[in-house]
Design a protein around this ligand. Structure first.
Ligand code: SF4
Length: 335
């Protein structure tokens, strides 16, 4: 039975690409924001695993060491209510925003999914409630992770395999050098070598699970359930040494790679070397290389982008608050 406990704080639209973000407050005052992204084939909902995140990724717009806030895992009941409401017009009953038959639930919002694996399992176990409420036929899953440690990743693999969850893992690499990676992603304690081995193990194991692969290929063009993510930031992680090292990693391990366009933050700027990197990596035979400009830019919908106001109210300056009001006026829609 679906609960009805969340307070809606607003629905916001990116008019450039029709992404729609819904923001809720739970009973514990935690924020949940989810974004429905327009996709030709199926609905994609970008979802969080935590009410806040303090893992300190350097390129993230949310994390802030002036805030003394804990990372509280989102509970399944709150999550499912938010998911159902985010995919529907918020008029008090469930009328879906789109007529798509299938939905991809993508854990790429606030938080580190490996630190709230219970939520992923609970959502999967409640799939029939989600399908019944929303009328979807198939549901698939994805997450993006820095792989904070190998135990967490091994737990994930066991859970996914045992429960036959069609889950794609996107690994946030962002630099192939361990010392630099720790600086960019301070919570990522696995070395790059360890992380790549874990990814390959995941790929091998999941490829052997026919129940998962049969579901997985309904959503994806290949049966490879892993992908590396790299966001090129000017003079931060776009050096020639990094390109050469990434080339070796991709060539030796045959893992697809996707370049995500960076959303500038403070003095961090978008690199102008993406084309050069893609051209070089294209020299590797049979490798899937993608570039992706995350949708919903105006409403902060992707990993690390978010509506800061709802998390930063305590430390917000008057100027930032006015900026938020301005943003709200431009993007708020009725339902
Ligand atoms: S990018 Fe994701 S994991 Fe990193 S601090 Fe931001 S929300 Fe947390």
């Amino acid at each position: 039975m679906l609960q009805n406990k969340l307070i809606s704080l607003g629905v916001f639209k990116d008019f450039s690409d029709d992404s729609i973000k819904s923001v809720f407050k739970a009973e514990n005052n935690g924020i949940i924001e989810m974004t429905l992204i327009q996709n030709k084939k199926y609905d994609v909902v970008c979802v969080p695993t935590h009410h806040f995140c303090n893992l300190g990724c350097k390129m993230c717009h949310l994390t802030n060491n002036k805030l003394n806030k804990k990372m509280i895992p989102i509970k399944a009941n709150d999550f499912i209510e938010a998911l159902c409401k985010s995919t529907c017009l918020q008029t008090g009953y469930f009328k879906r925003r789109t007529e798509k038959k299938n939905v991809l639930i993508s854990f790429m919002g606030v938080g580190e999914p490996l630190l709230n694996q219970q939520l992923i399992l609970d959502v999967f176990k409640n799939e029939s409630l989600i399908k019944k409420t929303l009328g979807y036929i198939d549901v698939s899953y994805a997450l993006s992770t820095t792989i904070p440690n190998s135990n967490l990743f091994n737990n994930l693999l066991t859970m996914v395999d045992k429960n036959n969850i069609p889950l794609k893992v996107h690994f946030s690499l962002h630099t192939p050098f361990d010392h630099k990676r720790l600086d960019l992603l301070p919570s990522a304690k696995t070395t790059v070598n360890e992380a790549i081995l874990l990814l390959k193990t995941y790929n091998k194991k999941i490829q052997c699970n026919k129940a998962i692969i049969n579901e997985y290929i309904k959503f994806h063009n290949s049966s490879i359930p892993i992908e590396i993510h790299y966001t090129l930031i000017k003079n931060e992680n776009d050096s020639e040494e990094e390109l050469n090292k990434v080339y070796d990693i991709i060539r030796d391990n045959q893992i697809p790679i996707k370049f995500l366009t960076f959303n500038p933050k403070d003095n961090l700027q978008v690199s102008d070397k993406q084309e050069e990197w893609v051209e070089k990596l294209k020299q590797i035979p049979n490798i899937i290389i993608k570039t992706y400009s995350p949708p919903g830019k105006e409403i902060g919908s992707s990993c690390g982008e978010f509506t800061k106001h709802y998390y930063h109210e305590e430390i917000e300056t008057e100027e930032e608050y006015l900026e938020f009001l301005n943003w709200r006026n431009r993007h708020k829609i009725d339902f």
